[in-house]
Design a protein around this ligand. Structure first.
Ligand code: ZN
Length: 409
């Protein structure tokens, strides 16, 4: 049970200085000049700092990270297949401990103020459920500090690697909350059958769907149509995310407008993370302003695919803004809305935000404005989860290492 907190002088986005009373893990009163509670409460003076709701990553791959294993010299080839095959080879050769690696990266996420993560987990016929089992242990170990939603993901292909569907079903029976799909034409080379299988599992296990779609231009757009057809057929509206959707930036105007209407009709969300590279990306602002549910995440963190990403959602906000050439404050505020409220909607967190009655998930940082904090990315002064302080000055409060029985309280 958390103790009560009385946080004075902090500034939520768009609001002047307020005090926040936290009781039983939830936000109680919030407003300027609140009377301090008479009962015992830890008093925290925010001194005018900024407060964000708990940050959310709606697209992570905790199982892929090589964080803490020394610098991984990256010499991977340019094609998607090169990266998939290189990773499969490397993790068998190195005998990756998925519990250790997912714990390492999740703990860093918490230090950066993240309270919720949707993580894909690779399921294939080489590693079976090893990565899934490691991630599920981490999810349990860290449940008081971060909520991890798990997607059973056929990274190496699904139909093209017989046995993968059985393993995905095992994961779904044992706690995976979503079913993933991957490039139905270019990886499995059988889009209708791939998507039919994904939707069959979704219906059978009554779970949401998140599909990686890297396919470019008209080919990817055709996959979007096939996904929308299936959403309509089984009424999976509001339950499907298409991640990356690079194709939406590579089709003509008339077709794009048609697909936007299809996304809206079927309430399909789009995940875009402002990737590096020169390929097309979805027009984030246009989709957002049209009312398409948008979300974002870091994708892989320091893994065999590349070393560029970090588990910091303010950095992700910066990169999404940078890649989309957003310069106006209102555009960067839109990105912050995607990182917080957009990600919360996609993850179905119906209680989220800085308001009375919401879980007290708060991140407090130095800074003049929230937009400036995206650019400066100050250390997280305080991270609060369900009313408990879980990190201070960018460092976890609980330093015990779950891998090391000798450490910890
Ligand atoms: Zn991904």
């Amino acid at each position: 049970m958390s103790t009560d907190l009385f946080i004075r002088n902090v500034r939520p986005l768009g609001i002047d200085l307020v005090d926040i009373h936290v009781s039983n893990g939830r936000i109680g009163d919030i407003g300027p000049g609140l009377k301090p509670p008479t009962l015992d409460a830890e008093k925290i003076d925010g001194s005018g700092r900024l407060v964000f709701p708990g940050l959310i990553d709606a697209h992570a791959h905790l199982d892929k990270s090589l964080l803490g294993l020394g610098w991984q010299r990256n010499e991977v080839g340019p094609a998607l297949r090169d990266k998939i095959d290189n990773e499969r080879r490397m993790r068998v050769e190195r005998d990756i401990d998925f519990h250790q690696q997912t714990t390492r990266v999740a703990r860093r996420y918490i230090e950066y103020g993240t309270t919720h993560i949707r993580s894909f987990v690779d399921i294939d016929t080489d590693i079976g459920l090893k990565a899934f089992e490691g991630l599920m242990r981490t999810r349990q170990d860290l449940r008081d500090q971060v909520t991890i939603q798990v997607v059973a993901f056929p990274q190496s292909g699904m139909l093209c690697r017989p046995g993968t569907v059985d393993l995905m079903e095992d994961a779904l029976r044992n706690g995976a909350e979503l079913v993933g799909g991957l490039d139905p034409s270019t990886i499995d080379r059988d889009p209708a059958r791939h998507l039919d299988e994904v939707f069959r599992m979704a219906e059978h296990f009554d779970v949401d769907i998140d599909i990686h779609l890297h396919e470019p231009g008209d080919l990817g757009a055709f996959s979007v149509e096939l996904i929308a057809e299936r959403v309509r057929a089984v009424d999976w509206r509001g339950r499907v995310t298409i991640s990356h959707a690079f194709c939406l930036g590579g089709i003509d105007e008339g077709y794009l407008q048609q697909l936007i209407e299809l996304l809206l009709e079927n309430d399909i969300a789009i995940m875009s993370h402002g990737p590096s590279g020169t390929g097309t990306i979805p027009p984030v602002e246009r989709l957002y302003r049209a009312g398409v549910r948008m979300c974002t995440g870091n994708d892989g963190i320091r893994d065999a695919w590349g070393p560029l990403n970090m588990p910091d959602m303010l950095l992700r906000a910066f990169l999404l803004a940078y890649r989309n050439n957003f310069r106006r404050d209102e555009q960067i505020e839109m990105v912050l809305d995607i990182v917080t409220n957009g990600n919360a909607r996609v993850m179905k967190l119906d209680k989220y935000g800085i308001a009375p009655g919401m879980p007290a998930d708060l991140v407090i940082v130095d800074g003049e404005t929230h937009v400036e904090a995206v650019i400066e990315r100050p250390p997280r002064w305080l991270v609060i989860r369900n009313g408990n302080v879980v990190a201070r000055d960018g460092t976890l409060v609980d330093q015990s290492d779950p891998q090391d029985p000798a450490s910890g309280p």
